[in-house]
Write a new protein. Structure first.
Lengths: 469, 192
């Protein structure tokens, strides 16, 4: 073989290696959904006067960096099914109950028109009104434009009696109520001790497939028109503590009180279009504290699970599609950590050091950012202290920018760093609200949900707008 | 021209409906056939990032759908979409000013081409991947179309809307850069 032939063979081989994967299922689904979600031949709408991130596209990956802190209270004889039974509908082994939308002629869902049918312009039914007392609890976006929010009406201090899901196709400028929602209470904060039912979080993978969970698990495969209560394979009715979706797969972290002692978190995964949950062999043992919490973070091909129980306890990492035990950062800092990732290699952790004991000679708690550029194998601690007393939400919109939300020294705040945590600036004050969620859909579009509502930014935190439902 | 009454206030030309249906059917081929696979692989090689490639392919599909009324010849949808995808990738490259290297998955050995000593293949593969990463988008595109999709120079010219001579020129400079990296890596391998 001549040098030229050897070179060409190597070049062709290198190209084959670099592009060895076919189009992922998620992409096929997203493209397949375009005709039913978009009118043909209509240019994109402009919304508000705020800058729109035209890089578009990265929404799918960026959405995955949103972190979820699923908090589970371990009260003696109480929550997490420790010997208790669920008051929720019993799931028969052969199937699951299907919840249909409100059966009134005026609210029946209209079949999505095909492109050729669109010309007939059948009048759409008037959507159900969003109640004036709607309180948002969770939100999820599959693109800069399309998203859903879970909330409720008739709310008390801890939960709302009626779950409501609303949908936006213009980046949050306007919302419409879906006809259906899981018939479950919406938990407004950390599930209270003794609670065994309800939902608190919402995720969608695309325009059709979504999950409402925490601790119950409900799924839709028709864009929210119908919802089914489902059980994770082999773990019926176990509380779902965290759930995220990426690259055609949905991953869930489930608390198991009976299969391991004194209890553990198990990981289960399913293709997004089905309910074929497979439980992984990896388990995360609970710690000795009373409040085990677990976070699930997915970014590109990477995935991480971190468990806190007062302090960092254990972790797992998704490598080549398989979950493996992982040594998370800040195991020795005597405090909890919050994770975020911008891609498969850049991982961040906000670690509350010295909360439950001294760390490096200091006994005054302080938040520090720890960063990894090798997918979480090693972390480097930032010397500068984060200007928050306690971080409740962390997001990594890009490899260099980081946003954090939590209790500041003068109230609740969102802070932002564009230099990897070396410097921080406060970008949003939330009074005395309690942060429930912080995430970014794109490098510039993000939102925070707190007990005072939902705020959204389109300029990387420079300005924020309260979402009006 | 036949006009069909579809409502008290709306009249639709059935010829226009037929054209719309043909365009929609052309778009559907993007999912039904392996066109989306090709698009995804092309975007992966252009952008060097699988996640961004997925988004670029989706963005191109969305742009195609939104401008489908501008497609005069539905039978040429694939070529039309290929140009949209190419422009989408170039826009993304321009926006970020560089091409990323496709990151290997930790702990997973790449499925390398069987060309002699496997150890040598790894070195040469990395050298070529790195050099490919450094090529300007226009040169990278012709290399991908020529050596991955096996298009001829004339086919590449038609697809990229440039003259065949321009394609040859871009290939020449691209291969010179790649060959330089390949030869340098080969020499390093030969050095004891």
């Amino acid at each position: 073989m001549s040098d030229d032939e050897r070179f060409e063979q190597q070049l062709r081989g290198t190209l084959r290696v670099l592009a060895d994967e076919p189009a992922p299922r998620a992409l096929v689904d997203r493209v397949d959904a375009i005709p039913s979600a978009e009118p043909m031949g209509v240019p994109p709408r402009r919304r508000w006067s705020l800058p729109v991130w035209r890089g578009a596209g990265a929404f799918a990956a960026a959405a995955l960096v949103l972190i979820l802190a699923g908090t589970l209270l371990l009260m003696p004889g109480g929550f997490l099914g420790l010997g208790g039974s669920s008051p929720s509908p019993t799931i028969p082994p052969s199937g699951v109950p299907t919840i249909n939308p409100t059966a009134s002629p005026s609210s029946a869902p209209t079949p999505t028109p095909t492109p050729t049918e669109a010309a007939t312009a059948t009048p759409a039914p008037t959507p159900m009104a969003i109640p004036t007392d709607f309180r948002v609890r969770s939100a999820t976006f599959v693109s800069p434009d399309e998203g859903w929010a879970l909330g409720g009406s008739a709310c008390g201090t801890e939960q709302c009696a009626t779950a409501i899901i609303v949908h936006t196709t213009d980046g949050g400028a306007t919302w419409e109520r879906l006809d259906a929602a899981p018939p479950a209470a919406v938990l407004l904060g950390t599930p209270a001790g003794g609670a065994t039912s309800g939902i608190s979080e919402l995720r969608f993978a695309d325009s059709r497939d979504g999950w409402a969970f925490g601790p119950e698990l409900w799924v839709t495969h028709d864009g929210g028109a119908t919802w089914q209560r489902v059980a994770v394979g082999g773990l019926p009715l176990k509380p779902v503590a965290a759930l995220e979706t990426a690259r055609g797969t949905v991953h869930a972290v489930v608390y198991d009180s009976s299969g391991c002692q004194p209890g553990c978190f198990r990981i289960a995964s399913s293709p997004i279009g089905s309910n074929d949950w497979q439980t992984d062999a990896v388990t995360l043992p609970v710690g000795s504290g009373p409040v085990p919490t677990v976070q699930l973070v997915l970014a590109a091909t990477g995935g991480w699970i971190l468990e806190n129980d007062r302090v960092v306890i254990a972790g797992a990492r998704l490598v080549n599609g398989l979950w493996r035990a992982w040594q998370p950062p800040c195991l020795d800092v005597n405090g909890p950590a919050v994770l975020a990732a911008s891609d498969a290699t850049h991982v961040r952790a906000a670690c509350l050091e010295a909360e439950w004991g001294p760390y490096q000679g200091a006994d005054q708690p302080s938040e520090h950012l720890w960063s990894s550029t090798d997918g979480g194998t090693t972390f480097t601690r930032a010397a500068v202290e984060m200007p928050l007393a306690e971080v409740d939400g962390l997001a990594a919109p890009t490899t260099t920018s980081v946003a954090a939300a939590g209790q500041g020294y003068n109230g609740t705040a969102v802070i932002f760093s564009s230099d990897g945590g070396r410097t921080w600036r406060t970008v949003l004050n939330l009074g005395q609200a309690r942060v429930l969620y912080l995430g970014f859909t794109t490098p510039t579009q993000g939102f925070v949900i707190s007990s005072s509502g939902m705020q959204i930014t389109y300029d990387a935190g420079l300005t924020w707008r309260a979402v009006d439902f | 021209m036949i006009r069909v009454e579809v409502g008290p206030e709306r009249v639709v030309d059935d010829e226009r409906d037929v054209a719309t249906a043909e365009r929609a059917a052309a778009f559907a081929r993007l999912v039904d056939r392996d066109a989306l696979d090709h698009a995804y692989r092309f975007a992966t090689l252009m952008l060097g990032d699988r996640t961004e490639a997925e988004d670029a392919a989706h963005d191109a599909a969305l742009a195609a759908w939104r401008h489908l009324d501008q497609l005069r010849e539905p039978e040429r949808f694939e070529a039309w979409f290929a140009r949209i995808l190419s422009n989408t990738c170039r826009d993304r490259l321009r926006a970020r000013g560089q091409v990323r290297v496709i990151r290997p998955i930790p702990g997973v050995e790449p499925r390398l081409p069987a060309a002699g000593d496997p150890a040598e293949s790894v070195v040469l593969h990395e050298a070529l991947a790195g050099a490919l990463n450094e090529l300007p988008p226009e040169q990278r595109e012709v290399v991908v179309l020529r050596f991955f999709f096996d298009l001829t120079v004339d086919q590449i010219a038609a697809r990229t809307s440039v003259r065949s001579g321009t394609v040859k020129s871009r290939l020449h400079y691209a291969l010179r850069s790649l060959r330089g990296a390949f030869d340098a890596a080969s020499r390093r391998e030969d050095t004891p």
